[in-house]
Design a protein around this ligand. Sequence first.
Ligand code: FES
Length: 112
Amino acid sequence: MIADWLDIGWLDQIPVRGSRTVPVAGGEEIAVFRTGDNQVFALVNRCPHKGGPLSQGIVHGHSVACPLHNWNIALATGSAQGEDKGCTPVVPVKVVSGRVLICRASALQAAA
Ligand code: FES
């Protein structure tokens, strides 16, 4: 089966230790993060605690601190860290020739 990848733009357009968001059907957003070591991760832009916008959080290492109550969410798994429990859906992402691609099917599924 051929994976269906959605091109969302240049890696350079995502700030280091920052993110950008991609709207998907259903009013949901995908947050695409770029870490300090130039890795890219994509999660549904919704904290597993109370739905905070993870894209507005602070990226440190391979985690993001939610801007609302400071839960730390692992970018690779979407899991809350430490004592906190919960998980945000992860969307497969890759970089090809400087372009960022996210898995279209996963993004749509996340929005359902
Ligand atoms: S909504 Fe994210 S920590 Fe509370």
